[in-house]
Design a protein around this ligand. Structure first.
Ligand SMILES: C[S@@+](CC[C@H](N)C(=O)[O-])C[C@H]1O[C@@H](n2cnc3c(N)ncnc32)[C@H](O)[C@@H]1O
Length: 252
């Protein structure tokens, strides 16, 4: 995939600082905190395509041993800077899904990366091999279902119908186009790779059904509390901006 990422760190910062960006990361942090608690103390965590470590830094701060692998030196530099600023450390490795490190980890994350890759089960299979037996893989990507609902609210039914028929997504922050991956497709790839789904989550469930962006900032605390209450609750967990699956590698 082309490096559309390195030059766009400033746009990324705008996104991560927005109410909807903060919700996305706060919900993931809570989900990962619960998952880590199930797995034990001082876990070995690998964040593949972890970028500036928005998802794995909270795990490092909680005392886990975090390695971030990413092809972008600029993003890894940000990860290191953010870790130092927060008073913790993490290991960074230049690489990616085509040249993954060897080894086994308790918890492997791959969030918002697979949609930039070619379709097929290979990436999930590669990620599954990095998980120790009994360990977990956390996958996250934009949810095609959520996009349709968001279009109804923001642009109306004709736009939502058009969205339903599209199999790609335009990513404004990175000025690129990616493929859509449904939650069911990802779950099938996890099962084929020998993993059992133990958690189905979603984020920006309510956020994306509010057309008024200013209201999201005005009512942020209430909105975040609502998102945390909905993130693991059927069927809300399946209709947000993103799906988040956590799967356990079966002990052999
Ligand atoms: C949208 S960002 C997501 C960053 C982070 N995982 C998150 O959710 O906040 C996509 C990341 O994938 C990285 N990336 C690009 N090509 C990759 C590859 N072949 N393997 C792994 N990561 C890749 C980019 O450098 C970037 O950091």
């Amino acid at each position: 995939m082309t490096d559309v990422f390195s030059d766009r760190l400033a746009a990324w910062r705008d996104y991560t600082g927005s109410p909807w960006g903060r919700i996305r990361y706060a919900v993931a942090a809570e989900v990962l905190r619960r998952q880590a608690a199930d797995l034990g103390q001082r876990l070995r965590v690998l964040d593949v395509g972890g970028g500036d470590a928005m998802d794995s830094l909270p795990l490092a701060l909680a005392g886990h041993e975090v390695t971030v692998v990413d092809p972008s030196r600029a993003w890894l530099g940000e990860a290191e800077r953010r870790a130092a600023e927060s008073g913790t450390t993490l290991t960074t490795l230049e690489g990616g899904l085509d040249d993954l490190p060897r080894g086994e980890w308790d918890l492997v994350l791959c969030h918002f990366v697979l949609q930039y890759r070619a379709p097929g089960p290979d990436d999930v299979r590669r990620l599954a091999r990095l998980v120790r037996p009994g360990g977990r893989l956390s996958l996250m990507a934009p949810n095609p279902t959520g996009r349709v609902l968001r279009e109804v609210v923001q642009q109306g039914p004709a736009a939502a119908l058009a969205e339903l028929g599209r199999d790609t997504v335009d990513v404004v922050t990175f000025d690129t186009t990616v493929r859509k991956i449904g939650l069911e497709e990802a779950a099938a790839e996890l099962a084929a790779a020998g993993l059992r789904v133990v958690g189905v989550y979603g984020s920006r469930v309510a956020n994306d059904l509010i057309a008024d962006n200013a209201a999201k900032a005005d009512h942020f605390d209430d909105l975040l509390a609502l998102e945390l209450a909905l993130c693991d609750r059927e069927p809300f967990n399946r209709i947000g901006f993103s799906w988040h699956l956590v799967a356990e590698r079966l002990s052999s």
